[in-house]
Design a protein around this ligand. Structure first.
Ligand SMILES: Nc1ncnc2c1ncn2[C@@H]1O[C@H](COP(=O)(O)OP(=O)(O)OP(=O)(O)O)[C@@H](O)[C@H]1O
Ligand SMILES: [Mg+2]
Length: 398
């Protein structure tokens, strides 16, 4: 009896308590964001040094200097110590200029031509924290910098990818604005209504937030009702609306195999599975692969398109000096062969520190880090992304 009284005294309404915590946290996050970015200011992208631009374009710095001296193309701003600085839009303008005089078509604008299909890359794994968002964000931004017209779509209700691009889902998208609005069963809107420009000239985004969960709740009802377009073709049909505007679409998937992830897999022409090379993660991936195979088999039988250009595993947060990790990587290579990308994404404080200020390595400036740390991380990300660009080109028959 005594015990019961004591218990009833401490009993609390969990909904109220959690609500109170959410309110407190939301206020603090808002304050934090206002410190990072002034209110209403959209994120913007830094300028790039002529050395960086030359590297991105695959030309010599001296050639860029000559172009600007000859008054051709965008004129760089001169910064401290006479450094020439280009805006991201300047880089894109240079691409257009150089492409006109290029010997081979697609040297500076490597995107689709003629009958080339839109490529849709889904970054997946249901292991949380395996590096999906980091991989998707760096891939999408690098594709944009390299001249591909890119759309990145946040399918995760937790919206980390959106946060990286300057959206705070709790504040910015109270009236929808996610992919859910375009794929829901009642009154779906046009995809272009939820696409937003980012501060990268060639990169657009469909942000995410908790609304995306609705799709998981509504789909079982729709399946029972048997009306309307099936869940697994809804994402693909929406992408068809904007097919001509992009070369590549990248999906950042949530860490679960729900209807959203399955729809993204059905819409995909390529799949990138992020793997942190540790025993528990690889065991979890095994289950993920089994489940994916079973579920997609069902979707395929129901008429879903399951044909792919490629599937690759990308090793993430790799520490070359770690024996067990190396064993895991060798084990994966032995089993999956060419399906494992040659280059891993190294674990780097440059990547995680940039993440703390909601930036990718392509956004931060080199002088904010120890040079060697920055260079090593950049080289590993570029190698991974260039390998993927090779697969994209191969899928277009080049
Ligand atoms: N190569 C890396 N080096 C250092 N830190 C990294 C690296 N890749 C990712 N991280 C960090 O690991 C954490 C998880 O990464 P990320 O958010 O990309 O994983 P995820 O698979 O998208 O997670 P979730 O399943 O929750 O969506 C982040 O804090 C990120 O900054
Ligand atoms: Mg994520």
């Amino acid at each position: 009896m005594k015990g019961q009284t004591a218990v009833s005294h401490v009993k609390q309404r969990i909904d109220l308590l959690v609500g109170e915590h959410a309110q407190k946290l939301s206020e603090r996050l808002q304050a934090h964001r206002e410190q990072l970015f002034p209110p209403h200011a959209r994120k913007s992208l830094r300028k790039f040094t002529s050395g960086e631009v030359a590297k991105l374009l695959g030309v010599k710095d001296a050639y860029l200097r000559k172009l600007s001296l000859d008054g051709k193309g965008p004129q760089p701003e001169t910064g401290a110590g006479g450094r020439r600085l280009y805006t991201p839009q300047d880089i894109l303008d240079l691409r257009h200029l150089l492409e006109k005089g290029a010997k081979a078509q697609g040297t500076y604008l490597p995107g689709r031509r003629g009958e080339d299909h839109l490529q849709v890359i889904s970054v997946i794994n249901f292991k949380g924290g395996s590096g999906k968002t980091t991989t998707a964000a760096h891939l999408a931004q690098k594709l944009a910098l390299d001249g591909y017209r890119t759309l990145v779509i946040d399918l995760d209700p937790q919206a980390s990818l959106s946060a990286l691009h300057g959206y705070q889902p709790e504040f910015d998208l109270l009236d929808g604005g996610t992919l859910y609005d375009a794929i829901r069963y009642e009154d779906p809107v046009a995809l272009k209504d939820v696409i937003q420009k980012t501060y990268f000239p060639n990169l657009d985004i469909v942000p995410g937030n908790l609304d995306l969960m609705e799709f998981e709740h509504e789909t079982p009802r729709a399946l029972v009702g048997g009306s309307g377009e099936m869940f697994f073709t809804r994402v693909g049909s929406k992408l068809a609306e904007v097919r001509d505007d992009y070369d590549v679409v990248v999906f950042d998937c949530p860490p679960q195999l729900g209807f959203l992830t399955m729809s993204a897999l059905s819409a995909a022409t390529a799949v990138l599975v992020t793997v942190h090379p540790q025993m528990l993660d690889v065991m979890s991936m095994c289950q993920f692969l089994l489940m994916t195979s079973n579920l997609l088999g069902v979707v395929s039988e129901a008429g879903g398109d399951m044909s792919y250009d490629w599937l690759r595993y990308v090793v993430t947060r790799y520490e070359p000096g770690d024996g067990p990790q190396n064993q895991m990587v060798s084990f994966m290579r032995a089993m999956f062969g060419e399906h494992v990308l040659n280059h891993p994404v190294l674990k780097s404080t440059a990547i995680s520190d940039a993440g703390l200020t909601k930036q990718t390595l392509y956004e931060v400036e080199r002088n904010q880090f120890t040079r060697a740390t920055y260079d090593r991380a950049m080289e590993s990300l570029n190698s991974v992304n260039e390998e993927i660009e090779g697969l994209i080109q191969a899928a277009w028959g080049r």
